[in-house]
Design a protein around this ligand. Structure first.
Ligand SMILES: [Zn+2]
Length: 116
């Protein structure tokens, strides 16, 4: 068993489907603080991706959305599209780079993603 499974237990998952239907979006999952909202059952990879964001939230608290927005703004200033700016944020870089590694959540270093 990984520490990852322990984190999964503190996560509250609920349907994002209603949001997607109301706003005609296709968001698979989103993490706000310790809460993961998902459209249906998450794969292990998506679950790990979102649990990385939970850890980032724990490390930065109320500052997380500001750090995220700041990184998007820097991406836009550098001429990136919205999709590219989203992928260029420090939070998403860590999550996408490590979402397929089953041991990542027990080996990751606290706050290391902020120093990139
Ligand atoms: Zn993400």
């Amino acid at each position: 068993m990984y520490l990852y499974d322990k984190y999964e237990h503190i996560i509250y998952t609920m349907g994002l489907r209603y949001f997607n239907e109301c706003f005609n979006t296709n968001i698979q999952a989103v993490t706000i603080g310790p809460f993961i909202f998902s459209d249906g059952k998450m794969s292990r990879v998506v679950s790990r991706h979102e649990n990385i964001h939970v850890q980032q939230w724990l490390e930065t608290g109320i500052f997380f959305p500001f750090i995220y927005a700041y990184d998007i703004m820097i991406g836009k200033i550098n001429g990136l599209s919205w999709a590219e700016a989203y992928k260029s944020t420090r939070a998403e870089k860590e999550a996408y780079l490590n979402e397929k590694n089953p041991k990542y959540l027990i080996t990751r270093k606290r706050w290391a993603w902020l120093k990139n």
